[in-house]
Design a protein around this ligand. Structure first.
Ligand code: PBG
Length: 344
């Protein structure tokens, strides 16, 4: 028999502990009442992939539960999100290879999927939805880079300043079609200031800019590039997206974008860069947005499918971490399911 009580030990006084943090964790009701971080439906921006055509709902194998939608299918999907209390959508256009060219000119086509989706959503839901659009050339160029190319004595390079004009044309097409915010994700220098001027000069001073201010050259965009058919056909994005080893550079990028007129600043990806979000939070008064990107979503889905973790708890913990680190808004593919399943 195991002897639990050692009769040889000297009698001890009951400890007097001056601090007992466990008092505040005693019951679910108490823990709920003291929670420092809470997730609300209005915290989320839901990404949508919009394609030309009709009656298209094409599942994306790399992003289980997410599909490419034609405008007529996007509208009910957006309506369902709004019924869940979600307020914001981020639109990406996905085009067939036949619509692409080296300059990505389809990006500014007013009949393209994103402008069409904007007009339809605005007509259907008015101001009940906040509409953001991704502004980037990678889904529109044959080479898949986020800017246009130029031959230089040092080889083929991304032409920063020429890219700005194409990006501005894209942003204007979105503004004309009813976007609330354009979200440049190309990481060219000076694009926030250039877009701000272009919008203002064309009568869109009310259209805001959500800048992908701090966007790292990340492996976690893999599933997105499959979803959006936007992988670069040669090289990588390291000359424009940020080096994953750097933090000070992130603060500098954010500072510049704020000075150029960004209304909202984004850190992307979210999970491997929570330190950046937390460092940026006290340095700006602008709202911060974090992008819980495709690879982060796909990782949890894969782990859940393999039966190695509880998806609901892992998603809740992930989203809470992003908000706790300082995000005002979270772009996430998990949002609708998390609300529908009661995970958050
Ligand atoms: C376009 C863009 C990308 C993402 C958002 N906008 C991909 C990239 O830069 O290659 C990634 C989003 C995600 O992974 O969910 N430049």
């Amino acid at each position: 028999m195991l002897e639990l009580k050692n009769s040889q030990s000297p009698p001890l006084d009951d400890p007097v502990l001056p601090k007992r943090p466990r008092r505040l964790r005693a019951s679910p009701a108490l823990r709920d009442s003291l929670a420092e971080t809470r997730l609300l439906p209005s915290d989320f921006i839901v990404p949508f992939f919009v394609v030309p055509g009709r009656q298209i709902e094409e599942p994306i194998p790399a992003l289980p539960g997410v599909a490419r939608l034609s405008v007529d299918r996007f509208l009910p999907a957006l309506e369902a999100a709004l019924e869940q209390g979600l307020r914001s959508a981020l639109l990406f256009g996905v085009l067939p290879e036949s619509a692409k060219d080296p300059l990505g000119q389809s990006a500014a086509d007013p009949q393209g999927p994103v402008p069409s989706a904007l007009r339809a959503a605005r007509e259907a839901f008015g101001e009940a939805v906040v509409l953001y659009t991704d502004v980037c050339l990678c889904g529109h160029t044959t080479h898949g880079h986020c800017g246009v190319l130029r031959e230089t004595p040092r080889g083929v390079q991304i032409d920063n300043d020429a890219s700005l004009r194409h990006l501005a044309a894209m942003a204007l097409a979105h503004a004309e079609a009813g976007a609330d915010f354009v979200a440049p994700s190309d990481m060219m220098d000076g694009r926030v200031g250039y877009l701000r001027q272009a919008l203002d000069r064309h009568g869109h001073s009310q259209v805001g800019i959500l800048s992908y201010a701090v966007k790292y050259a990340s492996a976690f965009y893999g599933p997105f590039r499959e979803a959006a058919h936007s992988a670069p056909s040669f090289g990588d994005r390291a000359t424009y997206q940020m080096d994953v080893r750097n933090a000070r550079e992130a603060l500098r990028e954010a500072e510049l974008d704020e000075a150029e007129g960004a209304d909202l600043l984004m850190v992307k990806p979210a999970l491997a860069y929570l330190d950046i979000l937390a460092r940026l939070r006290p340095r700006t008064q602008l709202p911060l947005v974090a992008y819980n990107v495709s690879g982060e979503y796909a990782m949890l889905k894969a782990a859940a499918r393999a039966g190695v973790l509880d998806e609901g708890r892992a998603v809740r913990e992930t989203l809470l971490a992003i908000k706790r680190a300082g995000a005002d808004l979270i772009i996430s593919y998990h949002a609708q399911e998390a609300l529908a399943q009661g995970w958050i």
